[in-house]
Write a new protein. Structure first.
Ligand code: SF4
Length: 381
């Protein structure tokens, strides 16, 4: 804390205010060596850490970084405020000792961070509390994947998830709002498969009236071209952040997505792959692979939520819809805290976690004591 924030720009929504609202974790007086598992106030373990490596993106999707807000005057974070690869790796090592098994690199668009494969190599060397390598994965918009897939795989990345909201170029380009063509994302998916980063997950955010006509074409394309090598997942349009103008009537419930696909190719449910996994899986009865649905709005899954998010500048968020972060960078840079002391602070933070935003939304309960939600480009989706 204490670092000067970027100057206010009246043209943009003041995310800088949000950046300032952090808790500085007290360095634990009782250092905690690796515990192997931490549970929060609702009994949920910490298993999954999502690490944002940049707040920048080369797309301007309206549900995440709308152009009117994230324009050329927008003050992105200065390089010096980002966690270094060494700092990220240190935090990830502490988390792994306390039970994290999966790391997901996100952004912004993570492939915009220079030399990301170096970080991947450092994280690939970490081990979990059980001595096993961590599940190391990355979410990308695919625009730079063709160029980077091989280096990422060679460095130790296991899998990738690619965001793609339409096959139709006009719809896709309108959604990414920078005119980026579908063909280049598809080439990135091919490159990822060639590099051994499969099965590739493809995430499509479905916004009613915008791209819901693409559900069946997307299902057809990935079934016919890749079978089980690509798993297409449909995500309900969410009210992340404060800038995307979300309305409930933009949400197409997952149940309708499944109905539309099953009308063409019958499906059967096969459950979730693991506790805490967000996607509900469905298999084509004709053996054409599977699809998934992520029903964050209509069927909240907070009760199994085992995820924490580390922002680009080292703020720890306990929920995608959090209004406050916890300033781990302060511990890393401004104190001489040992790993065990950082682990103690982490244990204290996680022990108090009660977040269950989506369940409260579904129950019609008023949101958010405390103000503005964090923006998705800042902590990843
Ligand atoms: S709303 Fe928050 S607590 Fe619920 S599943 Fe999403 S991130 Fe987890």
């Amino acid at each position: 804390m204490g670092e000067a924030l970027p100057p206010a720009n009246p043209a943009v929504i003041p995310i800088a205010d949000l950046r300032a609202r952090t808790h500085v974790p007290r360095v634990s007086a009782t250092p905690r060596p690796a515990t192997g598992v931490l549970t929060d106030a609702l009994g949920r373990p910490l298993r999954d850490l999502r690490i944002s490596v940049t707040d920048r993106c080369n797309f301007r999707c309206s549900y995440c970084m709308p152009k009117e807000v994230f324009d050329r005057d927008y003050a992105f974070l200065p390089q010096a405020s980002l966690l270094s690869f060494e700092e990220i790796t240190r935090v990830a090592r502490v988390f792994a000792g306390h039970g994290v098994k999966k790391l997901r690199l996100t952004g912004g668009e993570p492939l915009l961070r220079r030399h990301l494969e170096v970080l991947v190599g450092m994280l690939a060397d970490l081990r979990g509390a059980d001595g096993e390598p961590l599940d190391l994965t990355l979410t990308t918009n695919g625009s730079l994947l063709k160029k980077k897939a091989r280096a990422l795989a060679d460095a130790g990345l296991k899998r990738v998830t690619v965001s793609l909201d339409a096959l139709d170029d006009a719809i896709f380009q309108a959604m990414n709002d920078v005119g980026f063509p579908v063909g280049d994302v598809l080439a990135g998916i091919e490159a990822a498969l060639d590099a051994g980063l499969g099965p590739v997950k493809v995430n499509m955010v479905v916004k009613r009236g915008t791209n819901d006509g693409e559900i069946v074409p997307m299902a057809r394309w990935f079934r016919e071209h890749y079978g089980g090598a690509v798993v297409l997942r449909f995500i309900e349009y969410m009210d992340v952040g404060e800038t995307n103008g979300w309305r409930m009537d933009h949400v197409l419930p997952s149940r309708e997505v499944i109905e539309r696909i099953a009308n063409v190719w019958p499906l059967e449910p096969i459950g979730h792959s693991a506790p805490g996994e967000t996607a509900e899986r469905w298999r084509y009865l004709d053996g054409g692979g599977e699809v998934g649905v992520i029903s964050s709005v209509t069927q909240a899954f907070c009760r199994d939520c085992n995820r924490a998010r580390l922002s680009t500048e080292g703020q720890l968020y306990l929920c995608l819809f959090a209004t406050h972060g916890h300033d781990l960078r302060h511990l890393l840079r401004d104190t001489d805290a040992s790993d065990a002391q950082i682990g103690g602070a982490l244990a204290d933070i996680w022990a108090q976690r009660r977040d269950r935003y989506s369940e409260l939304r579904a129950a019609g309960q008023a949101y958010a004591p405390g103000g503005r939600k964090v923006e998705m480009h800042y902590i990843g989706g």
